[in-house]
Ligand binder design. Structure first.
Ligand code: F6R
Ligand code: MG
Ligand code: MG
Length: 372
């Protein structure tokens, strides 16, 4: 069977009414670029979406991961959308495009990227996740629950194909190192790392060698892990992440995957990228971060991926059963808000280092005296 690639590449290139939503005019610009590319056979299919102020390009093709052709196509779509944003005087026009010169790969240039190349199965259901007002580590808890927690993924207990567990690729985004860890054997060590979600982030999940249905060298989940503050050298907003999770037939079912997001857990981001808040799952069109620029949002689009063609999307969190989680998230958001500028609503000092707060503290520097 031939291999197919799904690339999800996203960037904030400007938004309406503050850092709120990508307006249709920008999506239309990206659409013009991708329509042409589809006609020329560069990509097989695409879907353009947005999660709040992030423009998301979901592309099916046969060019593999890190393809220069695909990355330059995404860059072109972002540039044209950014030009439109500038023309409309939208907010943050061109914000995430950190360089004027494209050099063959969008990695390290501002956009976030999640890509998987894999051998096409008889059917390939998958979910593309997009988050706004938070960082890549927000995926750690749900991805752990989906692929390692039997209270979330019944298949780990019941399905012989999934019983051996999965391997987690964790990146230390400060030291630029990575490690592969086996679950369930190394569960506690894995948790010791990924509980520190601002530094250790899950980049990919791999099947075990003994998986009876899947090659061990093809990822089953991938998360964008770009850190904008490291790329730009100063604070330019959190790098709102995206991710791909493949489903069914020896992998978690779509319901088990979504179950991983049933706790509106606290993530960093929200207002000025400097606050902790609950991750609220919502329908795509409801990703409008209006309360204190939040709370952080999660959108899940389900597809069946067929030789590069994207059948769908199905807006997974549009199901009213998630109303309860939304209510819970709204209540947690309200509780956290009441702490105002105090931790843990505001992020701890170490994480504030990458914001504008150090400038404020610097101006006080001279007034500090030694305590006897
Ligand atoms: C968070 C975010 C917003 C902005 C805030 C201030 O990721 O994008 O909360 O940080 O609206 O924006 P500026 O400084 O552009 O006025
Ligand atoms: Mg923005
Ligand atoms: Mg955003």
């Amino acid at each position: 069977m031939a291999k197919v690639t799904l690339s999800v590449i996203k960037a904030d290139v400007g938004s309406l009414a503050g850092h709120t939503v990508v307006p249709p005019e920008l999506k239309e610009k990206a659409n013009e670029v991708l329509t042409e590319a589809k006609k020329d056979g560069v990509i097989k299919d695409y879907h353009i979406s947005n999660c709040g102020d992030d423009l998301e390009l979901i592309m099916g093709h046969h060019k593999g991961e890190d393809s220069e052709e695909i990355h330059s196509l995404a860059w072109k779509a972002f540039e044209e959308a950014a030009d439109k944003a500038k023309e409309m005087k939208l907010y943050g026009a061109g914000q995430d495009l950190l360089s004027d010169a494209f050099s063959g790969n969008v990695r390290g240039m501002g956009p976030g990227i999640a890509e998987i190349e894999f051998t096409q199965r008889k059917a390939d259901p998958l979910i593309v996740f997009m988050m706004d007002k938070t960082e890549p580590g927000a995926f750690n808890l749900p991805i752990y629950r989906i692929f390692a927690d039997p209270f979330t993924n019944a298949g780990l207990v019941i399905d012989p194909n999934a019983h051996a567990g999965f391997r987690f690729e964790v990146w230390d985004i400060m030291e630029h190192k990575k490690v592969i860890m086996n679950c369930p054997e190394e569960t506690y060590d894995l948790l010791a790392l990924i509980g520190a979600k601002s530094r250790y982030v899950i980049k990919r999940v791999w099947p075990k060698e003994e998986h009876p249905k899947l090659p061990a060298d093809e990822a089953v989940a991938a998360i964008s892990t770009e850190k904008l503050f490291q790329i730009a050298g100063e604070y330019v907003g959190k790098d709102d992440p995206c991710g791909i999770v493949r489903c069914q037939s020896g992998l978690p079912s779509t319901g088990e995957v979504l179950e991983g997001f049933s706790l509106p857990h606290l993530v960093s981001g929200w207002m000025r990228g400097s606050h902790n808040g609950p991750l609220m799952p919502c329908a795509q069109e409801d990703a409008i971060c209006s309360r204190f620029d939040g709370p952080p949002r999660l959108v899940g689009l389900g597809f069946n991926f067929s030789d590069g063609i994207l059948h769908g999307p199905l807006d997974m969190f549009a199901d009213p059963v998630w109303d309860y989680q939304r209510q819970e998230a709204a209540r947690i958001a309200d509780y956290m808000r009441r702490h105002g500028p105090f931790e843990p609503q505001r992020l701890p000092l170490a994480e504030m280092e990458y914001t504008t707060l150090p400038k404020v503290l610097k101006s006080l520097g001279d007034r500090f005296e030694d305590v006897e």
